[in-house]
Design a protein around this ligand. Structure first.
Ligand code: PDD
Length: 281
């Protein structure tokens, strides 16, 4: 059985228990990270821990572990679990307390970490996505566990046979329910700039980085719904799905209805980057 970490202890998943008064359970008062592991190495760990720190500051919660303690804990979880490639999930909530909206005076945060096997998605033949109005709050840069709007958006996509919902606010593309969005226009990849309306995705940043290194044109710019509808390519990026080409949007073909040439190139750069991490001594 999977070994998880809960509040200082490593134990089998079935033995990990928290109070029903935990504010994560009662209010969704907490933040999380999903970190891929390739060849037992945590991918972009510094970036994930920095985003965790930013999320904790965003909800006014002092980080319960030091940087060194996080590194040690996460590496131990990887070592305790099977598989060269894993997906590590960590969550910090404000902890258990009598139910009251404002922060309780004395409260100990709950820290939980688990890991699942990570199956690298094969080169995708392309997926379908839908668009829908973004009904989320205005602090989407915080990786909060409060994900009900995202859950409903994703469910709406799945119920129509699509894999993702692309969220639109004021006629502009924000991101997917659990991914960032890129479009390609005349060989230039464009992704919305960071703001309070999107999660600053680690995969998004890496895609921009590998493209810049390879001298491929990419820009951080607002994307209108009209640009999305006429894009040559659309990609979704996330830690678990990597870079997914969208070939159908709201049941209409994107470009020629197959993964585009720029996606093919960037996907390969991303695989090469992962491979270097796996083999780096
Ligand atoms: N979600 N935007 C949202 C709303 C997300 O939930 C995610 C990832 C991303 C992509 O971020 P990253 O590249 O750092 O994974 C963008 C994770 C995978 C999840 O909730 O499972």
């Amino acid at each position: 059985m999977a070994i998880v970490y809960l509040n200082g202890e490593f134990l089998p998943l079935a033995d990990a228990k928290i109070s029903v008064l935990d504010r994560g359970f009662i209010f969704g008062d907490g933040v999380y990270e999903v970190i891929p592991v390739y060849g037992r190495r945590l991918f972009r760990l510094q970036e994930h821990l920095q985003r965790l720190e930013n999320s904790l500051q965003g909800i006014k919660l002092v980080n319960p572990l030091t940087h060194a303690q996080w590194v040690e804990t996460l590496q131990s979880i990887v070592a305790h679990n099977p598989g060269e490639d894993q997906s590590v999930y960590l969550q910090v909530t404000r902890g258990p307390a009598k139910r009251e909206h404002n922060f309780p005076a004395k409260i100990v945060p709950t820290v939980f970490v688990m890991s699942d096997p990570l199956l690298t998605p094969p080169p995708s033949p392309g997926v379908s996505a839908i668009t829908c109005p973004d009904t989320r709050w205005q602090r989407c840069e915080i990786k909060a566990i409060t994900l009900l709007a995202n859950v409903l958006h994703r469910q709406q996509a799945v119920e129509t046979g699509a894999v993702e919902a692309i969220l639109i606010r004021d006629d502009h593309v924000m991101e997917g329910a659990a991914s960032n969005v890129f479009i390609v226009q005349r060989n230039v990849a464009i992704t919305p700039p960071k703001s309070q309306f999107i999660l600053p995705g680690i995969t998004r940043d890496l895609v921009l980085e590998v493209m810049q290194v390879a001298n491929l044109a990419c820009r951080e710019e607002h994307i209108t719904i009209a640009q999305l509808r006429t894009a040559d390519e659309i990609w979704l990026t996330s830690s678990t799905r990597e870079i997914l080409p969208v070939i159908r949007l709201d049941k209409r073909l994107v470009g020629r209805g197959q993964p585009g040439p720029l996606w093919q190139q960037v996907w390969q750069l991303y695989q090469d980057y992962k491979q270097r991490l796996r083999t780096y001594a």
